[in-house]
Design a protein around this ligand. Structure first.
Ligand code: C2G
Length: 130
């Protein structure tokens, strides 16, 4: 079984996220999503989520492409995650292109094209300016 992992906040889950998850799953048979915790988002990514971790986890677990959701608590857990979960392929959107190439020593690294014109901040701006 080919195991794939990806990381993110996935707040206000939208079709850009779903496009990423669908394509990530195409790289294997089992997709793990390491979901940024509220603390990690706030302390390290300066992101204030609309939905808390449990709600974002619940949403992701309802997505047909996702097999397991685990917490992402820090920037440095990726190598241990790849080892612990026997990951074959690491996938991220290409806004992160090159940033995780150090993982090539441990697994395949794939950057997928981001879906244009949609982002959580765009949704928030559009709603705020309605
Ligand atoms: N994404 C995408 N298209 C969009 C928006 C997002 O393909 N229009 C992808 C991103 O490239 C990322 C994933 O969806 O691969 C999740 O996006 P975010 O929740 O914004 O993740 P981010 O905050 O970039 O966290 O350790 C890595 C970080 O946790 C990544």
């Amino acid at each position: 079984m080919k195991r794939v992992i990806t990381y993110g906040t996935f707040d206000l889950l939208h079709y850009g996220h779903i496009n990423l998850l669908r394509r990530a799953k195409q790289h294997g048979d089992y997709l793990i999503v390491a979901l940024s915790t509220d603390e990690f988002n706030w302390n390290k990514k300066q992101k204030k989520c609309y939905f808390d971790y449990e709600k974002r986890k619940q949403l992701l677990e309802a997505v047909r492409y996702v097999d397991l959701v685990i917490p992402e608590e820090n920037w440095d857990q990726k190598v241990s995650d790849v080892k612990e979960y026997h990951v074959d392929t690491f996938v991220m959107g290409d806004d992160w292109k090159g940033k995780f190439d150090f993982l090539k020593d441990h697994c395949e690294v794939v950057y997928l094209e981001r879906t244009p014109e949609i982002s959580t901040s765009q949704i928030k701006n559009d709603l705020y300016n309605k």
